[in-house]
Design a protein around this ligand. Structure first.
Ligand code: AMP
Length: 413
C-alpha cells in the first residue's frame, strides 16, 4: 500500500511511526512532515489546508490511502477532494468534520441523538452571555465556537474573565461545568462500524497540579486502570452509535476518527467535546500500545470494510508521553532554539525544524512528545522521564506529574 500522511505535528510523527511499521505499507510519504517524520517517510511540501493541492499530490504519488492528521485540512475539505480523485482517505468530509469545526453544531447533533453532555447555550451578545453565566454559575465554561486548536476554552471562577473571553471570541458556547476525571476515547469508524481504541487520559493544563493555562495537551498515558470496566461499551452505546446514526440520518456520515472527550461525572460519562481526528498527545500513547497494523485499520475505515476487520490486538503494559514545550508556550512561544538529544527512538517530534546548517531547532509551542512504554505505568513513567532528562532545549517547559495520580492510585471517580 502507498500511503500519504498529511500534517506536521507530534500526532503525525506517531502516526508515521505506526504506518511505517505496518508490513502492508511499501511506500510512505508525509506532507509537510517534520524532521522526526523524515526518519520514516519521504517528505513533500504542500499547504495542508489546500484541498486541490493535497489531492494533486496524492495523485502524483499514486497513493492508495491518504491519512489526514489535523482538523484544519478536514474542515477545509481535504478528504472530499482526495476521495473525488478516487483515492481512499482516512478522515471525515468537511460536512462531517463540523462535529469538531463548530461546537454549536456538535451540541445540535448531540441533542438530536440524545447523547449525555453538558447543558449549553450558543451566545453572541453580552446579554445572552450574561444570562447563560447566571444560569450555570461558577465555574464558568466558555468555548470559542470555531476551531481553536484545543485552546479556545476558558474554565474559570472569575466572572469578568469569562465575559472577556466571550467578548474576544464573538460567537461562543457557554456550558454547564462537568465534574469528574477526563478520559479521551478514540473511535475508528467507516460511518457505520465503530472500533474503539484504548481510552487514555491527557493533561491540558500547562503546569504541575493542573495549574496554569489550558494548552493543546502536556502529556498523556494509557491504559486507565482506574476507569470503570463498562466505560467503553457504555460510551459506544450511549454516545458513539447514536452520534454516528444521527450523522448518517443527516446525509453526512462521519467516517474517520471520532475523538470523544469525556468527563466521568457522578451521573456517568458525559461528552465534553468531539474532535474529528486523533488527539495529540494521546495518539502517541495509544499507538505505542496498538499491535494491530495501523495502515490496515485506517484503510478499512477509509474503504467501508471495518466490520470485516478482526478484533484489535494490544500490547501488554503501559505507555506515557511527556510534552516538552518551548519557553512562553502557550503564549507566543520562543522558537529557533537548538535541541539536543531528540533524535532517539521514543522522542516524537511535534514542533521541530532543521536549520540550514543541519541543527535541529524548535519551531513551535509543543516541541517534543517524549514517549515510552513499560511493563506497568510506573516503569513507563520512569522510562519517559529518563528520556526527557536526555533532552536539551533552552527554556523548555514540561510537567513532572504526568500519570503520577494514576501511579499513586489518587484518581477517584
Ligand atoms: P475542549 O477544548 O472542549 O476539550 O476543552 C478543553 C478543556 O476544558 C477540557 O479538557 C476540560 O478540561 C475543560 N472543559 C471543557 N468543557 C468543560 C465542561 N463543560 N466542564 C468542565 N470542564 C470543561
Amino acid at each position: 500500500m502507498r500511503v500519504l500522511l498529511i500534517g506536521s505535528g507530534g500526532r503525525e510523527h506517531a502516526l508515521a511511526v505506526g504506518l511505517a511499521a505496518d508490513p502492508s505499507v511499501d511506500f510512505l510519504a508525509a506532507a509537510p512532515g517534520n524532521p522526526g517524520i523524515a526518519q520514516v517517510a519521504e517528505l513533500h511540501e504542500v499547504k495542508a489546508t489546500d484541498p486541490a493541492a493535497v489531492a494533486a499530490l496524492a495523485v502524483e504519488l499514486a497513493a492508495d490511502l491518504v491519512v489526514v492528521g489535523p482538523e484544519a485540512p478536514l474542515v477545509a475539505g481535504v478528504a472530499d477532494a482526495v476521495r473525488a480523485k478516487g483515492i481512499a482517505c482516512f478522515g471525515p468530509s468537511a460536512a462531517a468534520a463540523q462535529l469538531e469545526g463548530s461546537k454549536a453544531f456538535a451540541n445540535e447533533v448531540m441533542a438530536a441523538a440524545g447523547v449525555p453532555t453538558a447543558r449549553s447555550y450558543a451566545c453572541t451578545t453580552p446579554d445572552e452571555v450574561g444570562r447563560a453565566l447566571d444560569d450555570f454559575g461558577a465555574p464558568y465554561v466558555v468555548k470559542n465556537d470555531g476551531l481553536a486548536a484545543g485552546k479556545g476554552v476558558v474554565v474559570t471562577d472569575d466572572r469578568a474573565a469569562a465575559e472577556q473571553h466571550a467578548a474576544d471570541c464573538g460567537k461562543v458556547v457557554i456550558e454547564e461545568f462537568l465534574p469528574g476525571p477526563e478520559v479521551s476515547l478514540f473511535v475508528v469508524t467507516d460511518g457505520t462500524a465503530a472500533v474503539p481504541l484504548m481510552p487514555a487520559q491527557d493533561f491540558k493544563r500547562l503546569a504541575d497540579g493542573d495549574e496554569g493555562p489550558n494548552t493543546g495537551g502536556m502529556g498523556a498515558y494509557a491504559p486507565l486502570a482506574w476507569a470503570p470496566d463498562d466505560l467503553v461499551p457504555r460510551v459506544l452505546a450511549e454516545t458513539v452509535e447514536p452520534t454516528l446514526a444521527e450523522m448518517r440520518r443527516r446525509g453526512t456520515p462521519f467516517a474517520g476518527l471520532l475523538y470523544v472527550g469525556l468527563a466521568l461525572t457522578p451521573d456517568g460519562p458525559k461528552v465534553i467535546e468531539f474532535n474529528a481526528r486523533f488527539g495529540d498527545p494521546e495518539t502517541q500513547v495509544v499507538l505505542a500500545l496498538l499491535e494491530t497494523p495501523l495502515a490496515g485499520l485506517l484503510n478499512a475505515a477509509a474503504t467501508g470494510t471495518l466490520a470485516q476487520l478482526p478484533p484489535l490486538r494490544w500490547r501488554d503494559g503501559a505507555a506515557i508521553t511527556v510534552v516538552v514545550a518551548s519557553q512562553n508556550y502557550p503564549g507566543t512561544p520562543r522558537t529557533g532554539d537548538v535541541i539536543e538529544g531528540a533524535e532517539v527512538p521514543g522522542v516524537i517530534h511535534a514542533g521541530t525544524a532543521r536549520r540550514d546548517d543541519g541543527a535541529l531547532i524548535s519551531a513551535g509551542g509543543r516541541v517534543l512528545s517524549v514517549t515510552a512504554t513499560g511493563p506497568d505505568l510506573a516503569a513507563a513513567r520512569d522510562a519517559a522521564y529518563a528520556l526527557v532528562d536526555g533532552v536539551r532545549l533552552d527554556g523548555a517547559q514540561f510537567r513532572t506529574d504526568i500519570a503520577l495520580g494514576a501511579v499513586e492510585g489518587r484518581i477517584k471517580l
